[in-house]
Design a protein around this ligand. Structure first.
Ligand code: PLP
Length: 727
């Protein structure tokens, strides 16, 4: 053991690492997590530590409670914390903790469970090989398929067909039959002899085709592939009834029975991977029962023990079992823990609970329909392309444009944001590409379903607003990034133009072709800025006014009229910080001055200049906000209050002008190096922050006649590195 590992373990045992942070750090030092960007996890400070569970609830080590709308990994079907399961486990461990099922041996739980599974699954699936994960069960099936065709004298039948986006596990063989591109890319897969056909994802592949037509087309494509390979070379076809990890892809009606029929016709074994669907998730004991199928193999896992212990099963149909039993001889396959007595005892108890509490019927007749119905109430949301699912399994496909069936590009970001937002609200869901997956335990109550749905609704509202903004911003950016000058022919009035953000925006607007009306208290201070922008070809008018004077706005209006210019853009940027000290100690004079320059003057400015903006074919008002407006800076009280007031002013004016072409937004410049900031924080390293020239992009985008955003707080984005090394 390395020295520091020893120390960590001793910290664990003496309790010091029991703190949530300690456990997360300990974990991240040594634990490589599956399907996780482990470097990113470390950056985030390590994983969330889950500590206990009861019913559908989980608690983390900090005591936060979560509604587990995913049932672990769609496995904890009977819910967490069942005392009966703990009792049976203790009894079995005391009686017989382990014996294997190799070498002519068995245990009572293994024998009983094998019989129980033969009873639960469709007729013909009468034999089982026990395994410890879904992946192992599928590997086992692949082994048995090869042996079967060898025994049948058809050794050339080796090709296995799976489907794109299918998930059958993570071992070399099961991930080869699966169709997850990243898994293949990371391991140089697929192994030889694995072929994939399209997933029957109607919404993605053919949203406008009627379901039955698409079902037929997708099945025909499978048959075409079989014919291309040659049916005498194809050993088996693998399918999840509903593709789970691939995005809750519900097959179009008739597809599964059609592909089963195609398999039969070409003498290809049909494998139904019921790792997720088995034991009631679709409101039937198996999906085979739900869809009326008779597969040659069935993979069972998760719900077999409700995740309490690892145990899974490969069900073997009569055709294969007969051959193996009559001609197979020694079956050279198996695992130390195949049919583990503890796991089998737990599985039997789990199945007993499901039967006794009529949980499958509950999913079929009561909570399943309620769940599907409530989730479908989200279908009308602009972010939601499709809600699909059966029983207690559902997927919500999020889209950029519902009418056009347009997916997000790049994919995977929006659903992940929604998932994280749900997590913030204490509800666990999963994101796959831009699909949210929801599959709660079978004991989920109606009010918990309501809670999931209302939180999803709120999150969709929030995220679609943000996405709308980001997309609009992207579109506007594309429109202004051409060679044309984005503000050619437009006139912009900029307050506080003699320095800082105002000066930077003035220079940039001039480059983009705007004419400028520059406003500041001192004509002297404006002169160099005016000369610089005039040098770039802009027509410039300078107006020296003190904005704390209520008459200033009128003065500006008359100057605009005098020059005969139109006015298209107002950038209200002038500001004073005032005394930095607690609110209770602020003087009346200072409060008045700060509020009048930062807030009242802007309100008067907008009121007075409204008539010019209304005459423009696209008036734009950009108010300059600050983190202080959200209380980000203690002791900046009057300034913060005035910036918060600007936010409210922006929203009100945006609402008032909704039906006009005037667009009003608040630009949040973030942290930049202005003279005001330098005065407020003299100890701050000036090299740490970018200078205002770096933040003018957002101003140009929002000022552009192309932009349609209104009523938004728009953060500036800074491209490249954040410090420009002393420019
Ligand atoms: N098959 C399906 C359909 C699955 O969803 C999974 C896992 O989620 C597996 C196989 C693999 O199971 P395991 O993770 O237990 O290996």
């Amino acid at each position: 053991m390395r020295p520091h590992a020893e120390e960590e373990v001793s910290q664990m045992t003496d309790g010091r690492s029991d703190s949530p942070d300690g456990l997360a750090r300990l974990d991240m030092s040594h634990h490589l997590h599956p399907f996780t960007d482990n470097a990113r996890l470390a950056e985030m400070g390590g994983p969330r530590v889950f500590d206990r569970g009861a019913g559908c609830w989980l608690w983390d080590s900090e005591g936060r409670r979560y509604l587990d709308a995913l049932a672990g990994l769609w496995c904890v079907n009977i819910g967490y914390g069942r005392a009966e399961m703990a009792r049976v486990a203790a009894e079995q461990i005391e009686r017989l903790a382990y014996y294997n099922t190799f070498f002519e041996s068995t245990t009572a739980p293994a024998a009983r469970l094998a019989a129980k599974l033969a009873e639960i699954t469709p007729d013909g699936l009468d034999h089982v090989m026990f395994t410890n994960s879904g992946s192992e069960a599928n590997d086992t099936i692949l082994r048995l398929i090869r042996q079967f065709w060898l025994l049948e004298g058809q050794p050339e039948k080796t090709v296995v067909i799976g489907r794109q986006e299918a998930y059958h596990g993570s071992t070399l063989a099961s991930s080869s039959v699966g169709g997850i591109p990243l898994m293949h890319a990371q391991a140089g897969l697929r192994l030889e002899g694995f072929v994939h056909v399209e997933a029957p994802h109607r919404y993605a592949n053919a949203p406008t085709l009627p379901e039955q037509v698409y079902a037929m087309q997708a099945a025909i494509r499978l048959e075409r592939t079989i014919k291309e390979i040659g049916p005498d070379r194809v050993a088996a076809f693998f399918a999840e009834p509903i593709q789970g990890a691939g995005g809750a892809i519900v097959p179009p009606e008739g597809y599964l029975s059609r592909v089963q029929e195609i398999c039969r016709r070409h003498d290809i074994l049909f494998v139904l991977d019921e790792v997720v669907s088995g034991f009631g998730r679709l409101g039937a004991w198996t999906a085979a029962e739900h869809f009326g199928l008779n597969p040659d193999f069935m993979t069972l896992a998760k719900g077999l023990s409700s995740g309490y212990v690892p145990i899974t099963a490969a069900m073997v149909g009569r055709r294969v079992a007969d051959v193996l039993l009559s001609r197979g001889g020694d079956l050279a396959h198996g695992f130390t823990y195949s049919g583990h007595p503890l796991a089998a005892a737990m599985a039997l108890t789990n199945l007993d609970i499901i039967e006794r509490e009529r949980l499958v019927e509950r999913v079929r007749d009561d909570i399943g329909p309620y769940f599907q119905d409530r989730l479908r109430s989200l279908s009308g949301h602009p972010l939601v392309g499709e809600v699909r699912g059966v029983g207690l399994l559902a997927g919500i496909e999020l889209v950029q444009d519902k009418e056009k069936h347009l997916f997000f590009d790049p994919p995977g970001i929006v659903a992940a944001v929604c998932r994280d937002q749900m997590m913030e609200r204490g509800i666990i869901v999963r994101a796959v590409r831009d699909i949210l997956i929801i599959s709660p335990p079978f004991v989920v109550e109606r009010d918990q379903v309501d809670q999931i749905v209302s939180n999803l609704h709120d999150v969709f509202d929030l995220v679609s607003q943000q996405v709308g903004l980001a997309l609009e911003d992207q579109r506007t950016e594309a429109a202004i990034s051409g060679d044309d000058r984005a503000l050619e022919g437009r006139t912009a009035l900029i307050t506080g133009a003699s320095r800082g953000i105002g000066e930077a925006v003035a220079r940039r607007f001039a480059e983009e072709g705007a004419d400028l009306i520059l406003v500041a208290r001192s004509a002297e201070a404006l002169r160099p800025v005016a000369e610089a922008v005039a040098g770039r070809g802009a027509r410039v008018t300078c107006v020296a006014v003190d904005l704390s004077d209520p008459a200033a706005a009128e003065t500006l209006a008359s100057r605009i009229e005098e020059t005969g210019a139109s006015l298209d853009i107002v950038v209200a940027n002038a500001g004073v910080l005032g005394e930095i000290r607690p609110l209770a100690t602020q003087t009346d004079e200072d409060m008045d001055r700060v509020l009048s320059v930062n807030l009242t003057a802007n309100a008067l400015l907008i009121r007075t200049l409204h008539r010019f903006l209304n005459a423009s074919d696209g008036g734009r008002v950009l108010l300059v906000g600050s983190g202080a407006g959200t209380g980000g800076f203690a002791d900046w009280a009057p300034y913060g209050a005035s910036k918060a007031g600007l936010d409210a002013l922006m929203r009100t004016y945006a609402a008032e002008t909704r039906d006009t072409s005037i667009r009003v937004n608040l630009v949040d410049p973030g942290e930049v190096r202005t003279a005001m900031r330098a005065a407020a924080a003299p100890d701050e390293d000036p090299e740490r922050l970018p200078n205002p020239d770096r933040i003018t992009d957002a101003f140009v985008r929002l000022a552009s006649p192309v932009s349609t955003i209104s009523g938004a707080v728009v953060p500036v984005s800074i491209r490249g590195e954040t410090s420009d090394g002393g420019v």
